[in-house]
Design a protein around this ligand. Structure first.
Ligand SMILES: [Zn+2]
Ligand SMILES: [Zn+2]
Length: 144
């Protein structure tokens, strides 16, 4: 699968230059947003390009590794056994941008990661301390 490179992000240059605007619609970004103002903008962009989050994550992984590779354990279990994962769960404010927040995991790693995500989401929802939340926000996805 190749990406349809003809669909451009109208505000990408402004965003790169440091303006806090959504790369797709140009609306101002808030809080932790870096590229997209909303999931809807990402979805619309991906739909125009003709692929969904999973396809995009698979495509990116294939581009960088050749054979589909689990980004956690390094396995190459084949396309039917890989899952696209949001590094930072959407429920915790993670974006739907496959490049920024997507990773490819094998089934086993995905189950494990999902368990961790659910625990973090539970902690977050139960309104743990401010410190905990800061930790969540700075999570960089390099969970070993
Ligand atoms: Zn937008
Ligand atoms: Zn794995």
């Amino acid at each position: 699968m190749r990406f349809n490179s003809e669909v451009e992000l109208p505000f990408e240059e402004e965003n790169r230059a440091g303006a806090e605007v959504c790369v797709w619609c140009g609306n101002p970004l808030e809080g932790r947003q870096r590229r997209w103002c909303s999931g809807a903008c990402v979805e619309e962009y991906l739909a125009r390009k003709g692929y969904g989050f999973r396809d995009a994550v698979i495509g990116l992984n294939r581009e960088s590794h050749g054979e589909l590779t689990c980004e956690s354990c390094g396995d190459k279990p084949g396309e039917e056994n890989v899952e696209a994962d949001h590094v930072e769960p959407v429920a915790l404010g993670g974006s739907n941008d496959p490049e920024e927040n997507g990773q490819l995991l094998c089934r086993g790693c995905h189950v494990e990661k999902t368990g961790e995500d659910l625990e973090r989401i539970r902690n977050y929802r139960s309104g743990r301390t401010h410190e905990n939340q800061v930790e969540l926000w700075s999570f960089d996805g390099d969970s070993a």
